[in-house]
Design a protein. Structure first.
Length: 408
């Protein structure tokens, strides 16, 4: 006998997932795996545009049937290794591990063909699709989701049934490409502002490595593994250092320089005090005092022992540089290492701002009681900024404060 209605429990069971938080946690797991292996993965967002209208006109029973039918179509269209589920309201998120944009388009087309003529009680079901791929459309889970949701929202306003993300560029950077980028002066640095929340001024700029391929500047996440594999990391970092110093001397930026170091380069640079002294000399000759340079340690990804990390930090500090711990709170980072290394600034990973706001308040309070300056990453909305100010953070960084800008 056919059921007269679906309970919320029935609905969630038949739309494949537990909840939005569960899907986001799965996305993080997929992201960390692909970041480590430097492989691509893609996301597809399937949004039912007129679900609210269907619920209003035909009742929630029909609306729930629409959700269950769309869920079934998605389930039949993806691989067993893919992850799919109801995301928010009338949308579904599909996570496609080890899938580039072309592969994601195949899945999207498969779903679109099955769903294009879907009707319930003479009402056409209207769908908007979105696709994005790591790393070209975002360097972190939140970046990817924000990019995807914004594009889908734009498409809905324009009444476009399918939204395609920005044109894909070949992302594997081979040895020849790296050498030609060096020879043709296509290694660049981008500058992202850091906001001082006490006096509302720009404290300084984080220096980020970029590689120009075609008309685009690729973020470091798209090529850093290959660069390390070919032993070109130190060459590219030195180019970035030189360019950052020239930009600072030109007056285009002012304030502190925050140098974001890959973990293996941190070990290379900090353990070799001769290299550090050379770097210090260049800065001083350019008129930049070491106290105005912050070397960011990606402590979450450094696999050195705590004792080795303490030695690295001491070497850096002995020459007058400031030290910041990057991505605090995830992967290999720990309170023990923090207490022993005693950095000047702790950059709290954006995960806490996006997913664990109650924990974020506790983290900021605890770090400040220990005497650290606290910088919150991934501030992307006005409400994010209001929150971190309320919680007592010292600095903020993110797209709402300012996007990374390539300067020559």
């Amino acid at each position: 006998m056919e059921r007269e209605h679906l309970t919320f429990l029935d609905l969630y069971r038949e739309t494949m997932i537990s909840d939005t938080v569960c899907l986001r946690n799965m996305l993080k797991k997929v992201f960390y795996f692909h970041e480590r292996t430097h492989r691509k993965f893609s996301l597809v967002l399937v949004d039912i545009d007129n679900l609210r209208s269907i619920n209003k006109q035909k009742g929630y029973f029909v609306g729930n049937q629409v959700l269950v039918t769309v869920a079934k179509i998605i389930g039949e269209s993806v691989r067993k290794s893919d992850i799919a589920g109801k995301y928010k309201s009338g949308s579904f998120l599909i996570i496609l591990p080890e899938t580039d944009k072309d592969g994601a388009q195949v899945v999207l087309n498969r779903i679109e063909n099955k769903i294009s003529n879907l009707k319930f009680d003479d009402i056409n079901v209207k769908i908007t699709f979105g696709v994005c791929t790591y790393p070209e459309d975002g360097e972190a889970p939140d970046d990817l989701m924000n990019f995807l949701e914004e594009r889908v929202a734009e498409a809905k306003k324009k009444k476009e049934p399918i939204v395609y993300t920005k044109k894909s560029v070949k992302r594997y950077v081979g040895l020849d490409s790296i050498i030609s980028a060096i020879e043709e002066n296509r290694v660049a640095c981008a500058f992202q502002p850091v906001l001082n929340l006490v006096d509302k001024s720009i404290e300084g700029y984080e220096v980020l490595m970029r590689l120009k391929i075609g008309d685009e500047y690729l973020p470091a996440s798209a090529f850093i593994n290959q660069v390390s594999e070919f032993s070109f990391l130190t060459v590219l970092e030195e180019i970035v250092f030189d360019k950052a110093i020239r930009v600072w001397k030109s007056g285009k930026i002012k304030g502190k320089l925050f140098f974001n170091m890959p973990s293996d380069f941190v070990n290379y640079l900090a353990k070799g005090k001769v290299k550090l002294k050379d770097f210090q000399k260049e800065l001083v000759n350019a008129g930049i005092e070491p106290k105005n340079v912050v070397i960011e340690m990606p402590e979450s990804k450094i696999t050195s022992t705590t004792e080795e990390l303490v030695e690295i930090v001491n070497n850096i500090k002995s020459l007058g540089f400031k030290v910041a711990v990057d991505d605090f709170g995830v992967e290999n980072s720990s309170v023990e290492r923090l207490l022993k290394t005693k950095p000047d600034i702790v950059k709290v990973d954006g995960f806490f701002l996006k997913e664990e706001r109650n924990t974020l308040r506790w983290i900021i309070t605890g770090l400040k009681r220990l005497g650290y300056k606290v910088l919150i990453e991934h501030v992307e909305k006005a409400e994010d900024l209001e929150l971190v100010i309320k919680y007592g953070a010292d600095y903020a960084q993110g797209f709402y404060i300012g996007m990374p800008e390539v300067l020559d």
